[in-house]
Design a binder for this molecule. Structure first.
Ligand code: SIN
Length: 317
């Protein structure tokens, strides 16, 4: 049975083409030129496609930084490039995702190098993780470098009734893990002091727009389940993480220069590639994120912040 959301536009789309790529997640969107302002109908249809398919892909768009920002602003307010790891010089709302991640700077001008992580939703250590992310491919290796996405609503629906009932009641602590060997470095301590983030979120999040329940288990950030013994927490999380990335909930995206992936960060996790380090080719993408709200659990309880500030809309200082 398909787990694709019941959320639909009342009518078939008029302005865009939607071509699903798997049963449960991912659709290619055609018929639009993202270098130009979209009609309000096209914005509505793209938003509906995003909510339904969780990640949508556009091909042959070749946006520059300004066009990327203009496209994204039609869907919500933008955050700073990355609330912890900085942004591209002169473009505060753009975060560079390059093979060696050296292009971002934080406010102080310090260069930030971020390690590559495993499956995650973006910045779930924050009290209000970004609602959505829009990633644009500029320099793409000839092979390798794919990104995978998983549908956390489908994953939730795929659990047994009994396990769903249990995880509905749980909350977990999300935080950044220090890069290997960095814990005691002055840079890392400074990062924690000035812009560290840690939050307690429900393990099942009710989507603010669709009302769907998502298994909110961002593996790279979620460190423990509140109220369980360490071994219980570890084993339950292993079970949920393995389940959340089952092949039938996922899609794998093969990039070309000019492609864009736009994902709902409230109902998906994604996996950046690690294979690119095995070939001598560069990979350069740029990402912007839309401001998100505070997650709410099945019981109506909001997440709580343990460290750090909400990620607000970027405002020039
Ligand atoms: C990301 O985690 O936002 C980047 C994904 C990628 O590099 O494929």
């Amino acid at each position: 049975m398909s787990n694709v959301a019941a959320f639909e536009l009342a009518d078939a789309p008029k302005e865009i083409e939607i071509n699903p790529v798997t049963i449960n997640i991912g659709a290619e969107i055609g018929g639009v030129d993202l270098t130009k302002p979209l009609s309000s109908e096209a914005v509505k249809e793209i938003r509906a496609a995003l909510l339904k398919w969780k990640v949508i892909f556009f091909h042959d768009q070749h946006l520059d930084h300004d066009q990327h920002l203009d496209f994204a602003r039609q869907f919500g307010e933008l955050t700073i490039g990355h609330a912890v790891f900085g942004n591209v010089e002169d473009y505060p709302e753009i975060y560079s995702i390059a093979k060696h991640r050296k292009a971002n700077r934080y406010k102080t001008g310090a260069k930030m190098e971020k390690p590559w992580t495993g499956w995650h939703a973006d910045i779930t250590a924050a009290i209000n993780p970004p609602a959505a992310s829009i990633l644009r491919g500029v320099n793409i290796p000839p092979y390798g470098g794919d990104t995978q996405f998983t549908n956390l609503v489908a994953a939730y629906n795929g659990l047994s009734d009994t396990l769903r009932g249990f995880v509905d009641t749980l909350r977990g602590v999300h935080k950044f893990a220090p890069p290997q060997g960095a814990e005691s470095s002055e840079d890392y301590k400074e990062m924690l002091r000035t812009r560290g983030q840690e939050s307690e979120h429900p393990l099942v999040r009710v989507h603010p727009e669709t009302g769907e329940r998502a298994l909110y288990v961002s593996p790279s950030f979620l460190k423990e389940v509140v109220g369980l013994a360490p071994r219980e927490s570890e084993q339950l999380l292993e079970l949920l993480w393995e389940h959340a990335v089952r092949q039938d909930y996922t899609v794998r995206f093969r990039w070309k220069a000019g492609d864009i992936a736009f994902w709902d960060n409230r109902s998906t996790c994604h996996l950046a590639p690690s294979d690119i380090f095995q070939i001598d080719a560069d990979r350069q993408l740029y990402r912007v994120t839309l401001v998100g709200d505070v997650p709410v659990g099945v019981d109506g309880r909001e997440s709580s912040s343990l460290l750090g500030q909400p990620i607000l809309a970027y405002a020039a200082e």
